[in-house]
Design a protein around this ligand. Structure first.
Ligand code: UDP
Ligand code: MG
Length: 343
């Protein structure tokens, strides 16, 4: 039997309970796909997606592709594909806003009773959908896809990702499992809460974890990219990691009080030791080396502290402008679907 529930409540007026699944009711499910320079991947993506969707019983699908300011002909490919099929919505952003924003845009436009974000490069196997939907119908509001094998990712990516999740989870109350990405099914109640979150800097993995809800997991093996190359190089991943930690934890700020206390304690002890030594052994000529090391060490420590405080001040500054996380140039819907929901 399906779980009945009314999601969230906490200040989110748009939440309604999901229609229960019954034999004569088709569940409408939205697949949200952020696309940045994915023109080569789109044909195989939609072909495989269509095959997988056909295996999900009693459901109708809407595929929302978000063109995140691609520099190749992703938009033209999407328009051509939309011409020849139904159920494809194309959201064109005004420029490249990054995957997190593109995902937010797609989730905001999606109209399904459940929403499934998925990468365009087929690294998230669409065949898993039937299992995700089955668990959702059992009453889970979130069904995450857990990577049981990440050997398709490079070892450096796996090691750095592991280090990030350990650091993040040690510092934050919000625990992000290290083998779970954005690929998941979310009930409308969860999606409404995500859409109602006011922040413009959106680290989706963190937000997904933050909203909570009853969650189940399905294991899968992460595949290699079907075409093109990853747009996340080391620097972008580092920035995403900083975004994730500063967005969900203030521990890096607090560390400085303790660091200051520890350094002050040490210098007090050292000063006392020098005083005692001078009183017992007489006048001592202090060396430059210890002085130099102490000054530069403390200088470096202070700069790191200021840098971290600056990171949070910067975030507050950017959030205070209340700019939207993305700008939609246009939403393209098929003629039959136009007017059925806001663009
Ligand atoms: N993506 C996006 N905007 C960006 C970068 C990436 O919408 O600025 C999309 C990309 O098209 C893909 C997904 O995000 O569908 C994941 O990107 P990618 O495969 O490059 O990342 P990885 O799988 O290597 O983490
Ligand atoms: Mg990928």
């Amino acid at each position: 039997m399906v779980g009945f529930f009314v999601g969230g409540g906490g200040g989110c007026p748009s939440i309604e309970s999901r229609k229960p699944f019954t034999a004569n009711h088709l569940n409408r499910i939205s697949i949200v796909i952020p696309c940045f320079n994915e023109a080569q991947a789109l044909d195989s993506l939609l072909a495989r997606l269509d095959q997988a969707l056909a295996t999900v019983p009693d459901a109708s699908f809407e595929i929302v592709c978000v063109n995140d300011g691609s520099r190749d002909d992703t938009l033209q490919r999407l328009m051509a594909l939309q011409h020849n099929r139904s159920g494809l919505v194309v959201v064109d952003l005004s420029r490249n806003f990054g995957k997190e924003a593109a995902l937010s845009a797609g989730i905001a436009v999606a109209t399904g009773e459940a929403v499934v974000p998925m990468d365009a490069d087929l690294q998230d196997p669409p065949e898993l959908l039937a299992q995700l939907v089955a668990l959702w119908r059992q009453g889970f509001e979130v069904v995450v896809a857990r990577r049981s094998d990440r050997s398709a990712d490079s070892w450096i990516k796996r090691v750095t990702a592991g280090a990030f999740y350990r650091a993040h989870n040690a510092m934050s109350d919000i625990q992000i499992p290290n083998n779970v990405g954005d690929f998941r099914l979310m009930d409308r109640a969860v999606v409404d809460v995500l859409n109602a979150l006011p922040e413009s800097r959106r680290f989706m993995k963190g937000l997904f974890a933050w909203v909570g809800f009853r969650t189940a997991a399905v294991d899968y093996v992460r595949e290699s990219r079907v075409a093109g190359s990853s747009s996340f190089n080391g620097w972008r991943l580092w920035n995403l990691a900083v975004e994730g930690i500063t967005g969900f934890s203030i521990t890096p700020l607090r560390i400085w009080s303790y660091m200051g206390l520890a350094v002050a304690g040490l210098s007090l002890a050292w000063g006392t030791w020098i005083l005692v030594r001078t009183l017992i052994f007489g006048h001592d000529i202090p060396g430059y080396a210890s002085l130099f090391v102490a000054v530069t060490f403390l200088g470096g420590l202070q700069l790191i502290g200021i840098g971290i405080v600056g990171e949070y001040v910067g975030r507050t500054y950017i959030e205070s402008k209340r700019r939207p996380p993305f700008v939609v140039r246009r939403v393209y819907r098929q003629p039959a679907e136009r007017g059925s929901s806001a663009t």
